[in-house]
Design a binder for this molecule. Structure first.
Ligand SMILES: [Zn+2]
Length: 115
């Protein structure tokens, strides 16, 4: 195990191996050069299963139309921790929203170990 740096609520970066890891269990999620979500378990949900009817027995809901929107949930394959979820049009690639600056993280780790 290399030196870990906490970069998001449930994500760490291993600066020695340049890999993402679950903050809760340490599960590796792939190289920092790629999207950590590709290392996750992904649950694609029909929005109607997330947004329940506002009034029992009716169709009234705030659920987006499943023809236009899907909900993706990203989980740690090691411990089941949910990392993120996103609403995307069907067929849209998963978002790549965390691109760590590994050199800046390495410098921060080096500075914190000096003091
Ligand atoms: Zn985990």
């Amino acid at each position: 195990m290399g030196t870990r740096f906490h970069i998001a609520q449930y994500l760490d970066v291993d600066v020695d191996n340049e890999t993402f890891h679950c903050h809760e269990c340490g599960q590796e999620l792939g190289p920092v050069a790629k999207n950590y979500k590709e290392g996750c378990l992904i649950y694609e949900r029909d929005p109607r299963t997330v947004h329940r009817p506002l009034i029992e027995g009716t169709e009234l809901t705030f659920a987006p139309d499943p023809e236009w929107c899907r909900i993706l949930e990203f989980y740690c394959p090691g411990c089941g921790q949910m990392f993120d979820n996103e609403y995307l049009p069907p067929g849209h690639p998963i978002t790549h929203d965390i691109v760590p600056d590994i050199e800046a993280i390495r410098r921060a780790v080096q500075q914190s170990t000096r003091s």
